[in-house]
Write a protein that binds this ligand. Sequence first.
Ligand code: PMT
Length: 428
Amino acid sequence: MTTQSAHRLAGRRILLGISAGIAAYKSAQLARLLKQSGCEVRVVMTEGAQAFITPLTLQALTGEPVRTSLLDPEAEAGMGHIELARWAETILIAPATADLMARLAQGMADDLLTTLCLASDAEKMMAPAMNQAMWRHVATQRNVERLAQDGWRLLGPASGDQACGDVGPGRMLEPEAIMAELILPNREIAHGQAALGGEMPARGLHVVITAGPTREPLDPVRYLSNHSSGKMGFALAAAAAELGARVSLISGPVILPTPAGVERTDVETARQMHEASRLLAADCDIFIGCAAVADYRAEAVAEHKIKKTEGEEALSLRLIKNPDIIADIAKLRDTSGGRPLVVGFAAETRELETYARDKLERKRLDMIVANDVSTAGLGFGADDNAALLLWRDGEGEGGASLPPQPKSELARAVIERALGCLTSRPVH
Ligand code: PMT
């Protein structure tokens, strides 16, 4: 976060709620960052949270007494809970456990934190943190929907290794990412949330998107890769989330923040991206392959750094083919009752339409987004892009040319077209 954006938080009255997750240790860093940004911070901890981090730590970091109980006459004599509810401009709960989310979704007020949430008109945000199976559970997803409808903004969760040994969505966003989300205007909202009166045509759908490059190691210090920045794929993820979808973003190595409400899985190689895609696409409605996947990898990765050999002017590397991720997902579609709709990209430097049509056919895609990556200021690394969309759906074949525009706008058009294809495709 830049100093300028941190200043936008100065003086903001933030009530930081902490519930009982292992991620509670990160809340100390979050409290510190909030204070550094000039926020006024009051901390409320649930009973269970105190098993993970002590109120004393938070008190030392914020310089304010930490509230832990609704029925505490001494604390109530200071700032009563209703006063505290009125004081807060923002209620930020991090971590928010599955249990706390369930209680809030039900409108319960059985401890201080839930009571404050009911009693306060403040802007409300939470950073969920739980085991991946708990996050995916239909009951939790139902609560996510309900909380979003009630005006909660969900920050994350992120995806990756979990404390319990599982891998998947449910990790609390890092404190720095939560800080970045805090300064976003309300329109940048998480999946399933009513977009301030906007339409949510993707509500209830699961969209999986690959983004960025892959890295194929040659030795411990070198790799083969390409210039993809991830911007196009991340813009697609943000657009799908804004339209109400649950979004799983599988990203190669990029330096971009995760869009609000998007579950992110980080990978390095094409084979890792392939594995994550197969796992997540198993229950998705739309799969979009925007990643620039390396077609080849080194047949053998050297255990030690490859050395220059005196007298030899050339070095030969033997490369072998990587799996074609999107073609495999399209095959999966053929065996699982017509799901998902598969959207590919084609990065071309000549004969855009010819090569794109060939990929549409050969990889058995429903739609392809063809971009000319030889045009300066568009495609790889740029903020803008232009594309030719080709598709076939229940109404036959179609096409549209999208002129140069910001990737965020192009992404929205692509998602809307994919939703159109999904609606009109024949039922299998
Ligand atoms: O990331 P940015 O800097 O914003 O740039 C965006 C972009 C130019 C990378 C993006 O718009 C784009 O064109 N992505 C696809 C790049 C690519 O690898 O295209 P391709 O024509 O080589 O591949 C065709 C399709 O097959 C793509 O959907 C690709 O994800 C997929 N593929 C390719 C190889 C492979 N082994 N597995 C795949 O799934």
